[in-house]
Unconditional design. Structure first.
Length: 137
């Protein structure tokens, strides 16, 4: 059974349906990644746009879908590469994968693993939880 910590008002089913929608919209794209922009809001209610990568297997589908959240190194040049490795593995197994980039547009393109700044709360796990649910908006 899958349990999502800090689950918001959106159901897992709604989230997966939204990912399936994006996969259908990009159905003509080649296997691999496509760049998207996801609408989300800050804790203060300010609208934000967050980049995301959509990985899709070959074929017409339907496909099951997974949202992969990056680690503290983010998705930039200093990334651990783990999100892309997981995406490749999941796509090879027939899943659509969406990876939102919680750090770049918020001023942390190199991640926060070694950033002692108190401002890094801007990308805390609780805030990033909202990013995971934003894909269903």
């Amino acid at each position: 059974m899958l349990r999502m910590v800090g689950a918001g008002p959106r159901s897992l089913r709604q989230t997966l349906l939204a990912i399936a929608f994006w996969a259908a919209v990009l159905g003509g794209c080649a296997t691999g990644t496509s760049e998207l922009s996801i609408a989300t809001t800050s804790p203060a209610g300010v609208a934000e746009r967050m980049p995301a990568a959509l990985w899709k297997p070959e074929g017409a589908g339907p496909f099951a879908a997974v949202v992969v959240m990056h680690d503290c190194s983010g998705l930039g040049p200093r990334s651990s590469g783990a999100p892309d490795r997981w995406a490749k593995e999941l796509v090879d197994r027939g899943y659509v994968v969406l990876i939102p980039d919680s750090f770049t547009t918020r001023g942390y393109p190199d991640g926060v693993c070694t950033d002692p700044s108190p401002r890094r709360v801007d990308v805390s796990p609780l805030r990033r939880n909202r990013d995971a649910y934003a894909v269903s908006s």
